[in-house]
Design a protein around this ligand. Structure first.
Ligand code: DC
Length: 210
C-alpha cells in the first residue's frame, strides 16, 4: 500500500503523513528532508547555490547520516533546499531512492506514506492513494512561524510569510516537477481544519469513505 502526499510548504503534510503512517503501521518518508540534506551538504562543502554540477554531486553523495544534520530545519537550509530542488541532476539522484523506499519499505513494513512536492505527480503517480494537502499562504506561514518560534528562532511573521510565498513561487514555476495537483488526487484544504480534523478527512479518504 502506497500513500502519496504532496502540496506546498507548511501545509501540514508532514504531520499528516506521520499520523497516517503511525495509524496504519506504515513506513514514513519525508522527501523534503532529502532536499534539505542536500542543501546542508552544499553549505558545508562551500558549493555556490547556483552551481548545479556541485549540487548534483552532493546529492549523489548523500547518505543516511546527512538526514541528521542539525541545520536541516533552519530558514537558511529551507532557502537553499528550494534552490537545489530546481536542479534536474539533484532530482534524478533522489528519484530512485524515493521509489525504492515506497516499493520496499524498511523493516518489512506493509506500506509506505511518502510526502513531498512532486510525489503524486512524478515520483509515485501510480500510488494507491494520492492526496494534495494545501492551505492559504497566510495560514501556512503562521504555522511555520509558530514552529520556528517554538524552536527559539527570532524571525518575524512577515519574514516567514515572504519566504513561504517566495518558495511557493519557485516550487510552482520550476521547469521540472513543478507543484500541481495530480490527476486522481484528493484535494485536502486545511486552511480551516486543525490537525485532528485534517487527519480524520485523510483517513476517510484512504479507507475509501469519501
Ligand atoms: O517540505 P520541505 O520544506 O521540507 O522541502 C524542502 C524543499 O525541497 C522545498 O523547497 C521543496 C523541495 N522539495 C521538492 O522539490 N520535492 C520534494 N519531493 C520535496 C521537497
Amino acid at each position: 500500500m502506497i500513500i502519496a502526499i504532496d502540496g506546498p510548504a507548511a501545509a501540514g503534510k508532514g504531520t499528516l503523513a506521520r499520523k497516517l503512517a503511525e495509524h496504519y503501521g506504515y513506513a514514513h518518508l519525508d522527501t523534503g528532508a532529502l532536499y534539505r540534506a542536500v542543501a546542508s551538504r552544499v553549505l558545508r562543502a562551500g558549493v555556490a547555490p547556483n552551481d548545479s554540477a556541485g549540487a548534483t554531486e552532493e546529492a549523489q553523495l548523500l547518505d543516511a547520516g546527512d538526514l541528521l544534520a542539525p541545520d536541516l530545519r533552519t530558514e537558511r537550509v529551507s532557502d537553499i533546499a528550494s534552490r537545489v530542488a530546481t536542479v534536474p541532476g539533484v532530482r534524478a539522484a533522489l528519484l530512485d531512492f524515493q521509489r525504492e523506499f515506497a516499493r520496499r519499505p524498511p523493516e518489512g513494513q506493509k506500506g509506505a506514506v511518502v510526502e513531498g512536492r512532486d510525489i503524486c505527480t512524478v515520483v509515485l503517480p501510480n500510488a494507491d492513494k494520492k492526496l494534495f494537502v494545501t492551505a492559504s499562504a497566510e495560514v501556512r506561514a503562521e504555522r511555520r512561524w509558530k514552529e520556528l518560534a517554538a524552536g527559539g528562532a527570532t524571525v518575524s511573521r512577515a519574514e516567514v510569510l515572504k519566504s513561504v510565498v517566495e518558495r511557493d513561487r519557485r516550487d510552482e514555476e520550476r521547469a521540472q516537477s513543478s507543484l500541481r495537483v495530480a490527476p486522481g488526487a484528493f484535494l485536502l484544504d486545511t486552511t480551516k481544519l486543525d490537525i485532528d480534523a485534517a487527519f480524520e478527512a485523510a483517513k476517510a479518504f484512504v479507507s475509501g469513505q469519501n
